[in-house]
Design a protein around this ligand. Structure first.
Ligand code: PMP
Length: 381
């Protein structure tokens, strides 16, 4: 072998500084860190899937256009099938959008803090990323939107509603303002929209550069299947169809997604449970010396007032409760994010939270960092 292979075959210069997306998993009793559904899909869905899978012609390629799945999704949303594109998780949908409309020499705008994969995928496909800043309460100032759009002239601009990791729902007028400003293709990532009371789907129009992405990973209790989709104008969807790899959606996934849509009522019921639990959790946490960001999603971002975020995270982990530690991420000093679980899991979380906050075993009781929203606070991962 000649020398050290990574030196002989160097990675692309622009990828060298990227760190990748990390979501550490630890073996715990109560896992509330990745925003999945706490409940499995309905048994009747499992049975229907098993029955259809037993009849699959496995030696054949799947339907390349995923026709039946697209039709079922279109029908649910009251649009036509040529307004729907599906892929392996909404992450692959986002990647396909960015491969098609961003890429080398183009610019993508985000408003931070937000879902890290928007900027990450944009960079991987070779685009420049311009990061706008949210206010200290994580809301988005129209003046900042104007500054970013007028200075960067982005080809693609992301809004996430409800936003991850803050949980805030973006008002409809922000989407409208971005469109008025000419922010390129406006992508509203609605991975958590069913938990909120507003969706940008009602704003879609063949004459507007606006698209909305959704996932089966949360409401549909199907994070394991990896399925997401985007709804947008027909001219947009047909460009994505040119870019995506042939047969990218396997036959099992197409069936699983199509069958899931027969269980809308079961899923609505789960959403109601999670929303009710979210409100119960938020109310309990507000009574505990914690700053709670209002959430329209299936998770809550919070910041303890009397202990450090890292110390609290460790205290919860010591009690076998795992939440997401955002405390070292840029603009999120001392913040943690908890996914809403089953009532039992939420009770276990609240008990552990109370114990840690009122007990005397938190290693780091230093008061929260005053640079809470300082964008220069760099995340290690
Ligand atoms: N968008 C947002 C805002 C998310 O939080 C996530 C999942 N964490 C995704 C997209 C990706 O979802 P999927 O599982 O469909 O790839």
């Amino acid at each position: 072998m000649v020398g050290n292979l990574p030196e002989v075959i160097p990675v692309r210069d622009d990828l060298r500084a990227l760190e990748g997306y990390h979501s550490p998993q630890v073996d715990v009793r109560v896992r509330l860190n990745t925003n999945e559904s706490p409940l499995p899909p309905p048994d009747a869905w499992r049975d229907a899937l098993a029955a259809e899978l037993s009849r699959v012609e496995w030696h054949r390629y799947p339907d390349r256009r995923a026709t039946e799945l697209r039709e079922a999704i279109a029908q649910m949303h009251g649009v036509t099938a040529d307004m729907v594109f599906a892929a392996n998780g909404s992450n692959e949908v986002l990647q396909t959008i960015l491969l098609t409309y961003a890429g080398a020499g183009r610019t993508v705008a985000t408003f931070e803090p937000t879902y890290q994969m928007h900027a990450q995928i944009a960079r991987v496909v070779g685009s420049s990323v311009v990061e706008g800043e949210r206010d200290a309460d994580f809301s988005l100032d129209p003046a900042e939107m104007r500054r970013v759009v007028e200075s960067a002239r982005p080809h693609v601009t992301f809004l996430t509603s409800p936003n991850n990791p803050t949980g805030l729902v973006e008002p409809a007028e922000r989407v409208d303002q971005l469109l008025q400003l000419g922010a390129g293709l406006v992508v509203v990532d609605e991975a958590y929209a069913q938990f909120a009371d507003w969706s940008a789907l009602s704003m879609l129009d063949e004459q507007r550069p606006l698209v909305v992405t959704r996932t089966f990973s949360k409401t549909w209790s199907m994070a394991g299947i990896r399925l997401g989709y985007v709804i947008g104008p027909t001219w947009f969807i047909s460009e994505l169809d040119k870019v995506v790899l042939p047969y990218h959606l396997d036959v099992a996934k197409q069936i699983a997604g199509r069958l899931a849509l027969r269980f809308v009522d079961d899923m609505d019921e789960r959403v109601r449970l999670i929303v009710a639990e979210r409100e119960r959790l938020a109310a309990a946490m507000r009574g505990m010396a914690i700053d709670v960001t209002p959430s329209g999603a299936n998770f809550i971002l919070f910041r303890p007032r009397s202990v450090s975020g890292r110390g609290l995270w460790q205290g919860l982990l010591d009690r076998s409760v795992l939440v997401r530690d955002c405390s070292s991420w840029p603009r999120l000093a001392n913040c943690l994010r908890v996914t809403v679980g089953t009532p039992d899991e939420n009770n276990a979380f609240l008990t552990a939270l109370d114990e840690v906050l009122t007990g005397d075993d938190v290693v780091d009781r230093s008061t929260p960092d005053p640079s809470a929203n300082d964008p220069s606070t760099k995340a290690p991962s």
